[in-house]
Write a new protein. Structure first.
Length: 249
C-alpha cells in the first residue's frame, strides 16, 4: 500500500517531530484509521517533504517522528509561476476558484475587494476568511498530489492588489478590450516568462478606475474573444490555457 501524504504548515515541525491536531488529526485518525507506527509523508507550503512514523496518539492530537526530509521536485519547473489576482465573487464561488485553481497549478492567489464585488469582507472577518481559504488550497493540494500549497492573501481593493505586483508578465482580463487578445499576449513573446499574474474581475466586471490602476502597474488589458465568461469560469479557463501554452498540461 502506498504511503499517504498530508499537507501541513512548516511551523508544525519542530525538533524532529510534527504535532498535528484539528481537522487533519480527525481525518488521519478517525477517517483513515491510521495508528501507531504507521508511515506517512508530510509536505509543507515550501515543498519540503517529511517522512516519518506516528509514534503518539492522544484524544486530540498525534505526533509523527520524522525519519527523513527532502525537497520535492516540481512536476514541470519550466512552467512559469502563475498568480490569480481575483476580485471577490458572490457566495461560495471563491471556494471553487481556489480549489480548481490549485488543481490546475496556480502558484498563489491574491484576492481583493472589487468596486463591483457584491460580497464584502469586513476587518473582523479577515483572519477567519484567510484561514479558511488557505485550508481549501491545502486540501486541494493534498487531493491532487501537489508537493506545495498555493498561498492566499487579501487586499482591500484593486489599487492595493495592483501595487503588490512583481510578476514578469501582467495581464488583466477585460471584456471591453477590442485590440489585444489573450492569444496575442501569450504568443507575441517567444521567451517563457518567469512569472505571470492575471487579474480577473467580479460578476459585474471591472470599473474603469480599476483598469487604470492596474495599467499603471504594467498590466496589459486582454480579451477572451466574443464570449463573456463567468468570473469563476474565467480563472479556470485562463489557467488551463496557460498550462497548455507552457507545457504544464
Amino acid at each position: 500500500m502506498s504511503v499517504r501524504r498530508f499537507m501541513i504548515h512548516s511551523r508544525t515541525v519542530r525538533d524532529g517531530c510534527a504535532s498535528l491536531d484539528g481537522d487533519l488529526y480527525n481525518h488521519m485518525v478517525r477517517v483513515l484509521r491510521l495508528g501507531l507506527n504507521d508511515t506517512v509523508q508530510l509536505a509543507d507550503e515550501n515543498g519540503t517533504v517529511h517522512s516519518g512514523n506516528i509514534d503518539q496518539i492522544t484524544k486530540e492530537s498525534l505526533r509523527v517522528a520524522i525519519t527523513s526530509t527532502s525537497q520535492a521536485v516540481p512536476a514541470n519547473s519550466s512552467v512559469p509561476r502563475i498568480t490569480i489576482c481575483q476580485a471577490l465573487p458572490k457566495g461560495d464561488k471563491i471556494d471553487l476558484i481556489l480549489q480548481k485553481g490549485t488543481e490546475l497549478g496556480a502558484s498563489d492567489f491574491v484576492l481583493f475587494g472589487g468596486c463591483r464585488s457584491v460580497a464584502k469582507i469586513h476587518e473582523d472577518q479577515k483572519k477567519n476568511k484567510l484561514e479558511r481559504w488557505n485550508r481549501i488550497t491545502a486540501e486541494a493540494s493534498r487531493q491532487c498530489g501537489r508537493a506545495d500549497i498555493p498561498g492566499v492573501v487579501w487586499c482591500i481593493n484593486a489599487g492595493e492588489a495592483a501595487g503588490a505586483t512583481n510578476q514578469a508578465l501582467r495581464l488583466i482580463l477585460w471584456e471591453d478590450e477590442q485590440e489585444h487578445s489573450l492569444k496575442d499576449a501569450l504568443t507575441e513573446n517567444t521567451a517563457t516568462p518567469e512569472s505571470v499574474i492575471v487579474a480577473i474581475g467580479p460578476e459585474g466586471g471591472f470599473d474603469p478606475l480599476e483598469i487604470r490602476q492596474f495599467s499603471e502597474y504594467g498590466y496589459q488589458p486582454v480579451s477572451l474573444g466574443n464570449r463573456i465568461l463567468r468570473t469563476e469560469t474565467a480563472s479556470i479557463a485562463i489557467l488551463a490555457v496557460m498550462q497548455y501554452r507552457w507545457g504544464g498540461m
